[in-house]
Design a protein around this ligand. Sequence first.
Ligand code: PBG
Length: 328
Amino acid sequence: MFPERRLRRLRKRNLQPLFRETRIDASDLVMPLFFDETIEQPVAITSMPGQFRYPVGDAKSVAERLKSAGISSVLLFGVPAEKDAAAHSAYAENGGLQRAVAAVKRACPEMVVITDVCACEYTDHGHCGIIGETSSGEIDLLNDPSLALMQKIAVSHARAGADMVAPSCMLDGQVGAIRAALDAAGYADVPIMSYSTKFASAFYGPFREAAHSGYSFGDRTTYQMDPANGREALLESEMDADEGADILMVKPAALYLDVLAKIREIGLPVAAYQVSGEYSQIKAAAERGWLDERRCALESLTCIKRAGADLIITYYAEDAARWLHEEQ
Ligand code: PBG
């Protein structure tokens, strides 16, 4: 060993690029976007500096801007004008999200449009599906009645032109149910990117302002996963793979790299979602001059890829694409 072996020999500045194992590219990144039916101008999301809720009418210009920044995939969320207990507007033929999907595809046909399939933006109680009394007498998210709702939402997104649907509500059986519904409606070619291992994370905090999806009672711990559980995390993704998921996902990303590395072994492509809180904590510290935003963001994305992500959903997508371009 030392002094014969000196690992620093290969760390000379000019040699470093030859041995870099992981590189991120704009084509790895998916930009989340919020389209709000109730606004006429973009509204800044206070808890996520640099992010906006956009009017549906801006879908074309936003898509074109992202395309010119080098972004080729987007994940769309809708904020509806009307919420109710059954989330009717989530699958409305002419819903805001559905119109935004169609407008993005019209403006940039090659853009990959993925939609979040969930009801929390659309229910008046803010939970991810249908609420009622369970067999154990508690008021909670009802699993099987909510599956029918997710089927309707996913089919409406496919009909609007989505390239891929991404169920995010952590219902048991959601991937199989959505697959069957898409196939029956003539969308056998539309892939499912399942939020297969989604933790009940406090790092989703800022998203609830962004998507107006805060809940009025309880929390999401009876359907999303306990951050403490690694083996269950693997099981969740394995079951979604068996139900026909095309892409698995770990969410949040950077705190769960051990889970990501294991889920990669299943063999399907794996996405990681760098969530709102992961974005905002870098932003907030950078605003105070405590962290170098660009370096921290790129380091975080690089490490998420190194751990096993094939694609990364990140609010930094547009900035990162620009930074990566500048470095070339
Ligand atoms: C919808 C959904 C959420 C996020 C993505 N899809 C909120 C939640 O589960 O509470 C969070 C994304 C983020 O924090 O950036 N269920």
